[in-house]
Design a binder for this molecule. Sequence first.
Ligand code: SF4
Length: 150
Amino acid sequence: MNVLISACLLGFACRYDGQRKEYSAVEELLKERDIHLIPFCPEQGGGLATPRDPAERQGDAVRTQSGRDVTEQYHRGAAMALNLAQTFGCTVAVLKEKSPSCGSGRIYDGTFTRTLTAGDGVTAELLKKHGITVIGESQIKAFLANRAGK
Ligand code: SF4
């Protein structure tokens, strides 16, 4: 199966701060021979540079900490992610938790105080609207266990 994945989870240096990080949970995914991962970063895809100012959702808008409105870039990146997922027939996406693009279920609340609130990032929301199951990195183990139990 093809699975869309946030590029930063695979160690791409596409995070807002330009750093790369390792996520041990993803190693389990990489061991699955029948799972083909398709990495994508919607923020870069939408036209934002790396590194870039941190941004958070504020209602329907997305703004950087300095107040720049980047809503359009976030929507453009989300549309590209959806197009990629549909092109490769992905029914599942593994997306980085808490991100204003990729976060699913919980994201930062728009105050730039590291406060979490219920909600989805722009890309996660769009993928879900189109029937794609979005899981975060902390859910990978459960996802794989479910598959094994099938
Ligand atoms: Fe990672 Fe998504 Fe942020 Fe890109 S937009 S750095 S893929 S969390």
